[in-house]
Design a protein around this ligand. Structure first.
Ligand SMILES: C=C1C[C@]23C[C@@]1(O)CC[C@H]2[C@@]12CC[C@H](O)[C@@](C)(C(=O)O1)[C@H]2[C@@H]3C(=O)O
Ligand SMILES: O=C(O)CCC(=O)C(=O)O
Ligand SMILES: [Fe+2]
Length: 349
């Protein structure tokens, strides 16, 4: 249950001038089963992925091959977790390192004063064992109690399946950009030290908020994701909105059978700005709870990020400086949610 202290509600209620966002017309859709159907289908899917990443930094994935039954089990287990008492949810995460972003939290997003009408679990996912691409594991100390072990196992199973699909998408992105090195992005997410995360968000409905506040209530304020790629799946409840190039906000009709992909800041850098890190937010639904699960594919901490030479081109201008993922994260995690994090890494000439 999300409980707000006095005054906090005003901070997360958008002023009434923020009208309901209209649905995104022509939401780009990529059918991965077509990409698997032969070289022509693959080439078409690669073009579609690249076009969507250039235009919106966002697209929907169908034909993904992740079993519907696994999606339903994760959704039910997440709903069961969030139905626990506040004490049990907090206790489940009490072993998480103090100061680390990982664990269970309610309303507070990050460490810089951002609030949202949301409670969540944030878990680091690591490649177990020495082999790159080995199954991921959610650290034992983060979900310790016996009753939660099966939830952790389930999240691991889910992460393995979603990471596999993520890599197919990253390969299509490289192909769509005309890159010879098709593994350039995949390699980073499959690296044994890849800094990837899994987030499970729960947005409880608040029917009374509309009457009392006139405006809309923010579940998760506007932001871009710092990583390479985010792969999101939600239940059938609306709430996700993205900003178009012109700054207009549009809503994304929910589809519990599909995944939604966000280009992150790191991919915007690697592609020298050709792919757009999409600004997005979640508004609270007045009637139904929203449950979403997001896999954030990140590079290893020591990886140097800079625009890939083949995407800058001979004599072209590199729009970003070189930096390590560690440096970027340290900078990004010191900012408010809505901040433009990439501007500190842009070149000036
Ligand atoms: C306010 C913040 C929360 C966040 C870290 C940050 O300082 C800025 C980026 C935020 C974000 C957005 C995408 C992911 O949900 C997240 C886990 C991430 O890597 O960057 C969150 C961070 C968080 O919730 O701790
Ligand atoms: O919960 C959602 O649907 C999206 C949340 C989000 O953008 C995030 O966790 O970074
Ligand atoms: Fe996000």
């Amino acid at each position: 249950m999300v409980v707000l202290a006095k005054g906090e509600l005003e901070q997360i209620a958008l002023p009434a001038v923020h009208k309901t966002a209209p649905p995104l017309a022509d939401l780009p859709e990529v059918d991965l089963s077509v990409a698997r159907s032969g070289s022509e289908g693959r080439a078409a899917a690669a073009r579609a992925v690249a076009a969507a990443c250039e235009e919106h930094g966002f697209f929907k994935v169908t034909g993904h091959g992740v079993p519907a039954e696994l999606l339903a089990r994760v959704e039910n287990a997440a709903a069961a977790f969030f139905a626990l008492s506040q004490r049990d949810k907090e206790a489940a995460m009490s072993a998480a390192t103090p100061g680390s972003p990982f664990g269970y939290a309610s309303k507070r997003i990050g460490n810089n004063g951002d609030l949202g009408w949301v409670e969540y679990l944030l878990l680091g996912v690591t490649a177990a064992g020495a082999e790159a691409g080995a199954p991921l594991s959610v650290p034992e100390e983060v979900v310790p109690s016996a009753s939660l072990c099966s939830f952790r196992d389930l999240l691991n199973e889910y992460t393995v399946a979603v990471r596999r699909m993520t890599c197919q998408l990253l390969e299509l992105m490289a192909e769509g950009l005309g890159m010879e090195d098709r593994d350039a992005f995949t390699r980073l997410v499959l690296h044994k030290e890849s800094d990837s995360m899994l987030r499970v968000n729960h947005y409880p409905p608040r029917p009374e908020l509309k009457q009392h506040h006139g405006g809309r209530v923010t579940g998760f304020g506007e932001h871009t994701d710092p990583q390479i790629i985010s792969v999101l799946r939600s239940n059938a409840t609306s709430g996700l909105e993205i900003a178009l190039r012109d700054g207009d906000w549009v809503s994304v009709p929910p589809d519990q059978t599909s995944f939604f992909v966000n280009v992150g800041d790191a991919l915007q850098v690697l592609t020298n700005g050709r792919f757009r890190s999409v600004r997005h937010r979640v508004m609270v639904n007045n009637i139904q709870p929203r449950v979403s699960v997001i896999f954030f594919g990140g590079p290893p901490p020591r990886e140097t990020l800079a625009p890939l030479p083949q995407l800058v081109g001979e004599g072209g201008r590199s729009r970003y400086k070189e930096f390590t993922w560690c440096e970027y994260k340290a900078s990004a995690y010191g900012t408010k949610l809505a901040a433009n994090r990439l501007c500190h890494f842009e070149t000036t000439n």
